[in-house]
Design a protein around this ligand. Structure first.
Ligand code: AMP
Length: 213
């Protein structure tokens, strides 16, 4: 199964992709995670990407095409994948379409995670990762026991550098201007499935699976 996940930053793409990855044994390919790994590695490219990401802007389409074509050629993506955070522009969507056509493996679906603006803001400003386990948490939505479990074990609740209010505002603008048009792009190709992404992780996952059935 080859899926694109569409949705604003904070709509829960990463969380749902991870659940589907575990259930269906196909990789979650998060271009944001790949770029963050490049930042940590401290290469020249990583330093450039960091500046773009910290401002909430997009890395160029050419670079993203290079990254995604290499990744999709890896063995674990042969039986399917969940793209999380790619494509983000019309050009990237066209590039992906061409790439998959060449590989003879077209997309099955683009799933749009539709969520209320106020919830998005809370999901983004409240998002934390436990430094010990890597678990994704949220100071507004996670049960207090789960937050305590991390800190009591000596872990820290770390906030992503681009999850501050200023950068979030720009990321949402960039989403509206550059990524939202992809909803129509996939609708025209009869690939779009929309799910309500408000509610608990399990409720949303249930809708996600129904959309893919
Ligand atoms: P994410 O983790 O998906 O929210 O991505 C974090 C940041 O990485 C974005 O705000 C962009 O700066 C960059 N990024 C991730 N995916 C892409 C993409 N497909 N095209 C351009 N920039 C991207």
């Amino acid at each position: 199964m080859r899926i694109v996940l569409l949705g604003a930053p904070g709509s829960g793409k990463g969380t749902q992709a991870k659940k589907l990855m575990a259930d269906r044994n196909i990789p979650q390919i998060s271009t944001g995670d790949m770029l963050r790994a490049a930042v940590v590695s401290g290469t020249r490219f990583g330093q450039q990407a960091k500046a773009v990401m910290d401002a909430g802007n997009l890395v160029s389409d050419d670079i993203m095409l290079g990254i995604i074509s290499e990744r999709l050629a890896e063995a674990d993506a042969a039986d399917g994948f969940i793209l999380d955070g790619f494509p983000r522009t019309k050009q990237q969507a066209l590039d992906l379409e061409e790439l998959l056509d060449q590989m003879g493996t077209p997309l099955n679906a683009a799933v749009l995670m539709d969520v209320d603006f106020e919830i998005l803001m809370k999901r983004l400003t409240g998002r934390r990762t436990c430094s010990l386990t890597g678990k994704l948490l949220n100071v507004y939505f996670s049960p207090q026991e789960e937050l305590d479990e991390c800190t009591n074990a000596g872990g820290e609740l770390i906030q992503r550098e681009d999850d501050n209010e200023k950068t979030i505002g720009n990321r949402l603008d960039v989403y509206r201007q550059q990524t939202e048009p992809l909803v129509d792009f996939y609708k025209k190709r009869d690939k779009l499935k929309t799910i309500g992404a408000d509610g608990s992780i399990d409720e949303v996952y249930e809708r996600f699976q129904q959309a893919l059935a």
